[in-house]
Design a protein around this ligand. Structure first.
Ligand code: SF4
Length: 321
């Protein structure tokens, strides 16, 4: 049986000004990314700002046109699907954005925001629509007396609950969640992640959960893929990846997550000072080599490919035994 989502060698390049001598330059924002998501599974896609993870999400929902590669949703190739061809597939694939305020029409009442997909995709008369909206409100923890409020009357966490209700309206088997809790207070983040986790268990849907915080994806993901400068550098089962991270970048990212056991923290490599290199001028060889404490001469000249390094785990590093 084909996976729910199959992404193969996906790439996105942008042409920008600012190259040598002011010439246009090509940025490889996403460079050969492959993964699959099974029904009911959550894949966490994690990395620092600018690593290309949100660009991957936007290509999957067709907000951005891929430059190369393939995207298969339930076996159907949607890589270059037109707006019209995507319309029926919106029932199968929804997205939640980082900024719930920006993604919700500020003039629309909450009940109309949640009802919109039901109207666009049909199949519900007015009574069934009201009942479905009320059911979704309850499911995401919003109150019936908030149905007629506009988004500005909701807190940040409540607005994200509203966005989740709208994404769930058509019962999609897959939701792309792009930094869904990053804009929220820390105290609210866990509530929204727990809500998404409960909904997943109940409805059996799958998430691509995009975040820059490994601590957040750990709680909701079955597997985790770590991105650096447009490429996946490690992918594996969450438990194994957290217990034994293979790639130096994954280890360094983990080191940035607060941990109760200080002794364990000191065993881990730290990200050396310095910014993520510009994708306009990526380093040769392994793009992590300027920041990697384990870099060797080989790393400076030869780009490591993703390879199996353990049970269900893959990493792109020359020095993973
Ligand atoms: Fe570090 Fe070399 Fe591995 Fe890259 S290939 S992560 S530079 S050890």
């Amino acid at each position: 049986m084909s996976p729910l989502l199959d992404v193969r060698d996906l790439a996105k390049t942008f042409t920008v000004s600012g190259g040598i001598g002011g010439e246009p330059a090509t940025v490889h924002a996403v460079d050969g990314v492959s993964f699959a998501i099974a029904r009911g599974e959550t894949l966490g896609l994690v990395g620092e700002s600018g690593c290309g993870k949100s660009t991957v999400g936007k290509m999957i929902v067709r907000l951005l046109e891929p430059s190369a590669g393939r995207i298969l949703l339930e076996g159907t190739d949607i890589t270059h699907a037109s707006y019209g061809a995507m319309r029926p597939l919106r029932r199968r694939l929804q997205m939640i954005f980082q900024d719930p305020y920006g993604s919700l029409d500020p003039r629309q009442r909450a009940e109309d925001i949640v009802a919109e997909p039901l109207i666009v995709h049909g199949g519900y008369d007015a009574g069934a629509r009201r009942a479905r909206v009320a059911e979704l409100f309850e499911r995401v923890g919003l109150r019936a007396d908030q149905l007629r409020n506009v988004p500005s009357k909701f807190s940040g966490g409540q607005r994200q609950r509203l966005a989740i209700a709208r994404a769930l309206a058509l019962n999609p088997p897959l939701i792309i969640a792009d930094e869904p809790v990053s804009a929220l207070d820390v105290s609210i983040q866990a509530q929204v992640v727990n809500l998404m986790s409960d909904i997943q268990r109940e409805l059996g849907l799958a998430y691509l959960f995009i975040a820059h915080d490994l601590g957040i994806v750990q709680h909701i993901s079955d597997r985790v893929a770590v991105m650096y400068l447009g490429r996946i550098v490690e992918i594996g089962q969450t438990r194994a990846l957290f217990a034994s991270p293979r790639h130096p970048y994954t280890r360094a990212l983990m080191d940035a997550v607060p941990r109760p056991d200080p002794a364990r923290r000191h065993q881990r490599a730290r990200i050396p000072r310095g910014e993520v290199p510009s994708p306009l001028d990526p380093p040769s060889g392994c793009s992590f080599h300027p920041r990697c404490p384990l870099a060797t001469e080989r790393c400076r000249v030869e780009r490591p490919q993703l390879r199996v390094v353990g049970s269900g785990a893959e990493a792109a590093c020359h020095n993973v035994e």
